[in-house]
Design a protein around this ligand. Structure first.
Ligand SMILES: Nc1nc2c(ncn2[C@@H]2O[C@H](COP(=O)(O)OP(=O)(O)OP(=O)(O)O)[C@@H](O)[C@H]2O)c(=O)[nH]1
Ligand SMILES: [Mg+2]
Length: 207
């Protein structure tokens, strides 16, 4: 798949508002989830080849809203979600962001895939594992993306991917390693998205 254009659509502060928008707009959504600072917004920018599309920051907790980005004139929409697990966030911020993530996942009718991002340098956290369990529980199709691959050597990366796969109980070939710095993994992710869009969406609603 070729990315011809990518544009910011809107920011949403409440799941109810998202419900309104999604009931009028026909979108094929792919959402990006993961802990604060894992590189969700940078990942979206890497796919768009536009470093300024989604706001990124070295300080965790940058993305506080649900941000929608339309790619190729609506061929698909990437949903940038706030991160979880930002230890320094206040209790009320944490619960607000958690509410937005879960509110989104519970309201969307057009989610084609969740992309679960984990930092390749770290063992997945308890919250990462809970996120994956949540996907299984609610029958949400997901793929795992390992970010910041430029921070590890080839051998280290291969071992890290194996560790993440073991932790999530999945095959290592199902994990795509990416780098927003080098663009590594971009083609693979775009191929994955191409395939995702071809699969008829069931969203857990079996007939
Ligand atoms: N070296 C390297 N740094 C990265 C990569 N992706 C993101 N970063 C850096 O990691 C930090 C966080 O990136 P963001 O994209 O803002 O992370 P996020 O997951 O959107 O964070 P929140 O919005 O706070 O949840 C920034 O300093 C980025 O420059 C990568 O692939 N390689
Ligand atoms: Mg962000």
């Amino acid at each position: 798949m070729n990315i011809k254009n990518a544009r910011f659509v809107t920011s949403i502060a409440q799941a109810e508002k998202y419900r309104e928008i999604s009931s009028t707009e026909q979108m094929k959504e792919i959402c990006v989830v993961g802990r604060s600072n894992v590189g969700k917004s940078s990942f979206i920018n890497m796919l768009a080849r536009n470093g300024k599309l989604a706001k990124t920051s070295a300080t965790p907790g940058r993305t506080r809203l649900i941000n929608l980005f339309s790619f190729n004139d609506g061929e698909f929409t990437l949903v940038d979600l706030p991160g979880y697990g930002y230890a320094a966030a206040s209790k009320s911020e944490k619960s607000k962001w958690g509410g937005l993530i879960e509110g989104y996942l519970q309201s969307t009718k057009s989610l084609y895939r969740a992309l679960a991002l984990v930092d390749c340098r770290h063992e997945p956290s308890v919250l990462d594992r809970q996120m994956i369990e949540y996907f299984y529980y609610y029958n949400i199709p997901f793929s795992v993306i390992a970010t910041k691959a430029d921070k590890l050597s080839r051998n280290q990366l291969s071992a890290a991917i194996q560790r993440i796969a073991t932790c999530f109980g999945m095959g290592k070939d199902n994990i795509i390693a990416v780098s927003a710095v080098s663009g590594k993994g971009r083609d693979e992710v775009l191929e994955l998205i191409d395939n995702i869009l071809k699969i008829e969406k069931t969203n857990g609603e079996e007939e």
